[in-house]
Design a protein around this ligand. Structure first.
Ligand code: DGT
Ligand code: MG
Ligand code: MG
Ligand code: MG
Ligand code: MG
Length: 268
């Protein structure tokens, strides 16, 4: 086909192909969710409707887009890990990132009502996205560990903070002052001695965040089959189906990775 004289403008597009052999991580984060959470009356410190909606939207991303092997989310963020051998969209960073961000955002709005029955969505939420490449399994695991450690640190802080405010009646400034310079042990101690809360017994989704992976499950359905003699009969048929499963477990230690050896591809 003849090219128009305008065709040259294509050459202004920059090459953003992701380096081969690397895991491609797309991390999304809610735009100004401090305000979004206030306006939509999110429970403090953790709103299970909001977390459920984040996870539902992430599930839709995994189901609709190819090659995501694991996703991890907490607060208003979700990270999606593309397998290192992925050739989806020729590994173009902008394509991968925008598909993830738009699929996630539209799902967040689409499923809103399923999670927030009585709370109308007041304005369209947005999510920023970034792409980071990790060349080794160690680096990728450290990335996920970093996000999970962040979840833990924030959740411990927020749990004590809101206890001091909601149960003790401290102002937010007083609670902030009270927690200034405290270590994890001090916070655990405050929770235990002042509120009778053992942090270890707090809910796993809040402490550990949410990990989504693909799992094979055998599924048996009854099917009407035609026998050679022309008769019909109901027969059980078992198929192996891939589905997205959610975990709220530790990602930092070895156990999760030993139990799910198919998520990561070997280095080298
Ligand atoms: P950004 O990301 O720079 O546009 O600004 P923000 O405001 O989204 O800040 P970010 O992402 O660092 O922090 C997440 C905010 O979302 C934080 O202010 C608390 C809020 N948030 C997230 N999940 C919950 C929740 O379950 N309950 C409540 N009350 N707030 C939440
Ligand atoms: Mg931020
Ligand atoms: Mg945010
Ligand atoms: Mg955030
Ligand atoms: Mg098109």
């Amino acid at each position: 086909m003849a090219k128009s004289k305008f065709e040259y403008v294509r050459n202004f597009e920059t090459d953003d192909t992701c380096l081969r052999n690397c895991y491609i991580v797309v991390r999304l984060d809610g735009r100004n969710f401090h305000k979004f959470a206030e306006q939509h009356k999110f429970a403090k410190p953790n709103d299970d409707r909001a977390l459920g909606l984040m996870t539902r939207s992430a599930r839709s991303v995994m189901e609709e887009l190819e090659d995501i092997v694991v996703a991890y989310g907490q607060s208003d963020e979700f990270s999606f890990v593309f397998k290192r051998s992925s050739t989806w969209f020729k590994r173009r960073a902008s394509k991968l990132m925008t598909h993830v961000a738009s699929q996630f955002s539209s799902s967040y709005v689409f499923y809103w009502k399923e999670f927030f029955e009585n709370q109308p969505l007041l304005y369209p939420p947005g999510f920023d996205g970034r792409v980071v490449l990790y060349p080794s399994n160690r680096n990728l695991r450290d990335y996920l560990s970093w996000r999970q450690a962040d979840c833990h640190i924030n959740n411990l802080y927020n749990t004590v903070f809101w206890m001091l405010v909601q149960r003790k009646g401290l102002s937010t400034t007083q609670a902030e002052d009270r927690l200034k310079g405290t270590l994890a042990g001090d916070k655990n101690e405050i929770l235990f001695t002042e509120f009778g809360i053992n942090y270890n017994n707090e809910s796993a989704v809040h402490k550990k965040g949410t990990t989504l992976i693909w799992e094979k499950r055998d599924e048996t359905v009854i099917k009407r089959m035609k026998l050679p003699n022309g008769e019909e009969k109901d027969m059980p048929v078992t198929r192996s189906r891939r589905r997205v499963e959610a975990y709220h477990c530790d990602l930092i230690g070895e156990q999760f990775w030993e139990e799910h050896p198919d998520i990561l591809e070997d280095d080298n």
